[in-house]
Ligand binder design. Structure first.
Ligand code: CP
Length: 326
């Protein structure tokens, strides 16, 4: 594996499968009375968050703590960033306190890559602007493998009961729907899922389809209903109003009618298909509450899997692999 995790494109198929298999092994710990491993004792992980987060920040914190690392949570709000301190100076300050890994979320695409030139520890991208969110893609791939390929050590309710360890997602048809233009989750998922052998299609209104989508390793379509009928996975994306600088669709009602997933549209999916969303959701916009709360939805499982997948990333990147997982 590379020294840093900035893009899902940094991962080879072997790297990605190793992370998913390690996460499945670490998930066994969840069933134990004491869920902590000593693997990263003495190491320090800094969560450097310049943008709001619920799932990613808390799951990285939980993951690092379950591996016995010391965790420093840094939020730009309430820090000297408000007084004009730069990312570089903030990073060097944290580095001076002794940091082995920095988990960074930043509104500027490319900020994690810049950070790699300023700190000596490992850098993990926890979401940068509209660029990438590689650990979200990893936890999504883990959830698909768990649900569609079988019940490995990571558990999982669905699938034909096979063991997913060592496997990719060959032939799995994934449709990613919505605000693809602004979505770092879509970018990372397209890269990772194609590396793992999935057939990915992105569906969006023309105004929310990236201009260079034909250079991505996926198909693109404007016809949601046509794609749903041949999908094993439908991944709904949040409409990112906060990143929209223009009117990308006439009204929320029109968007929901053409690109929202409600119960009648969900009925077009094959019986085994699952519904995913990275969160946070706009209930009633891209996804109806009845779909989000349905038995096909993996949204809560994705959050739970986020902890074990991030444990696996920290474990492999910080050298825990040489010490044994349990
Ligand atoms: N999926 C995701 O990144 O959620 P948060 O913004 O809550 O971290």
């Amino acid at each position: 594996m590379n020294r840093h995790l900035i893009s899902a494109g940094d991962l080879s198929r072997d790297d990605a499968v190793l992370i998913l298999d390690t996460a499945a092994e670490l998930a066994r710990v969840e069933g134990r009375p004491i869920r902590k491993l000593p693997t990263l004792r003495g190491l320090t992980v800094v969560n450097l968050f310049y943008e709001d987060s619920t799932r990613t920040r808390t799951s990285f914190e939980a993951a690092a703590k379950r591996l016995s690392a010391d965790v420093i949570n840094f939020s730009a709000k309430g820090s000297s960033v408000a007084k004009g301190e730069s990312l570089k100076d903030t990073a060097l300050t944290l580095e001076a306190m002794g940091t082995d890994a920095v988990v960074i979320r930043h509104p500027a695409s490319g900020a994690p890559r810049r950070l790699t030139g300023w700190v000596s520890g490992r850098v993990i991208n926890a979401g940068d602007g509209t660029h990438e969110h590689p650990t979200q893609a990893l936890l999504d791939a883990f959830t698909m493998r768990q649900r569609l390929i079988g019940n490995g050590p990571g558990g999982g309710a669905g699938g034909p009961g096979g063991d997913p360890r060592g496997q990719g997602l060959d032939g799995i048809r994934v449709t990613i729907v919505g605000d693809v233009l602004h979505s770092r989750v879509a970018r990372s998922n397209v890269l990772l899922l194609s590396t793992l052998g999935a057939q990915v299609t992105v569906v969006a209104p023309p105004t929310l389809m990236p201009l260079a989508v034909e250079t991505w390793p996926c198909r693109s379509s404007y016809d949601l209903d046509g794609e749903l009928r041949k999908s094993d996975v439908v991944m709904m994306l949040r409409v990112q109003q906060e990143r929209m600088t223009a009117a990308y669709f006439p009204s929320v009602r029109e968007y929901r009618r053409r690109y929202g997933l409600d119960a009648s549209r969900m009925a077009l999916l094959p019986e085994h298909a699952i519904v995913m969303h990275p969160g946070p959701m706009n209930r009633g916009v891209e996804i109806a509450a009845e779909v989000a709360d349905s038995s096909r939805s993996t949204i809560v499982a994705q959050v739970a899997n986020g902890v074990t997948v991030r444990m696996a990333v920290l474990y492999l990147m910080l050298g825990g692999a040489t010490e044994g997982a349990a």
